[in-house]
Design a protein around this ligand. Structure first.
Ligand SMILES: Cc1cc2nc3c(=O)[nH]c(=O)nc-3n(C[C@H](O)[C@H](O)[C@H](O)COP(=O)(O)OP(=O)(O)OC[C@H]3O[C@@H](n4cnc5c(N)ncnc54)[C@H](O)[C@@H]3O)c2cc1C
Length: 240
């Protein structure tokens, strides 16, 4: 197992917010004390969101090369404690954050030959940190595929970014999947499972990384196991 940086208690302040569409907002936090966050792409931070000590976790969606600030992207539809806490923050307001947390990182030992990432909804957040890190910073030449399921085209974020990466790096393949696609949508439609079902998936020494809600993780895991993928090759991060 790779040596993981230990989590620390941080004070950070809200530096920027960017509504990406009607569903997702990106938040950027600048570190105050300590002012340096070392993390591995795929890890998350835990925010203190109430005076009663309640916490909510958010995957870091920015590059691990950026160490004095970090970004998270939040699906605002749950409208619960965590989402409202973040939405009500003022610029410059300080927050208490614990991080980096989690073991949802690309495995180093043993090294996998191909990587397949599968996300639904905001589950794409850790992959937005991991995939550019692999392709640009680590110059990773393995076949890397991202399946990302959403309902509507207007829910999509980072579509151009992932498509540009697929153009620039022939070893990266991007499959957005829409469950409520318009007639003219040319790519995969249905649930992400439907797309995985009709594609020939790499077996052998391939790492499968799943991120989304518990139901999605369960369903995709079953599908992969039925297709002959070893359970040990399947890694996951459950959002709720
Ligand atoms: C390791 C980890 C990383 C996470 N990273 C992210 C991230 O990068 N971006 C992100 O948006 N969320 C992420 N989450 C989910 C996040 O922690 C909260 O659960 C989410 O923001 C809802 O919190 P809330 O307090 O607003 O809603 P709650 O009050 O906790 O829940 C309100 C209702 O919404 C449902 N719900 C909870 N989460 C979701 C969801 N994501 N989509 C739809 N319905 C939901 C609940 O079942 C409940 O019915 C992550 C969770 C974990 C465990």
């Amino acid at each position: 197992m790779q040596q993981l940086p230990p989590p620390k208690q941080y004070v950070a302040k809200l530096a920027d917010t960017e509504p990406l569409n009607g569903k997702f907002i990106k938040f950027q936090f600048e570190l105050v004390e300590p002012n340096l966050l070392e993390f591995i792409a795929g890890q998350y931070v835990s925010f203190l969101v109430s005076d009663k000590g309640e916490r909510r976790s958010y995957s870091i969606c920015s590059s691990p090369e950026v160490k004095h600030s970090f970004e998270i992207t939040v699906d605002t539809t749950p409208e619960g404690l965590g989402v409202n806490f973040l939405k009500n923050l003022q610029f410059g307001q300080e927050v208490q954050v614990l991080g980096p947390m989690g073991v949802f990182i690309v495995q180093e030992e043993p090294r996998e030959e191909n990587l397949v990432f599968v996300a639904t909804g905001s589950g794409v957040a850790p992959f937005h940190s991991m995939i550019p890190n692999l392709l640009r910073e680590k110059e990773d030449k393995r076949e890397i595929t991202l399946y990302w399921g959403l309902r509507h085209e207007e829910d999509m974020i980072w579509q151009d970014e992932f498509q540009d990466l697929a153009q620039a790096f022939p070893n990266f393949h991007f499959h957005p999947v829409l469950s409520q696609a318009l007639q003219e949508w040319p790519l995969c439609r249905g649930h992400v499972n439907d797309c995985l079902n009709i594609h020939t998936l790499p077996t052998g020494n391939t790492g499968y990384y799943l991120c989304g809600n518990a139901k999605m993780i369960q369903e995709i895991k079953e599908l992969l196991i039925n297709k002959g993928i070893a359970e040990t090759a399947i890694h996951h991060e459950k959002f709720y």
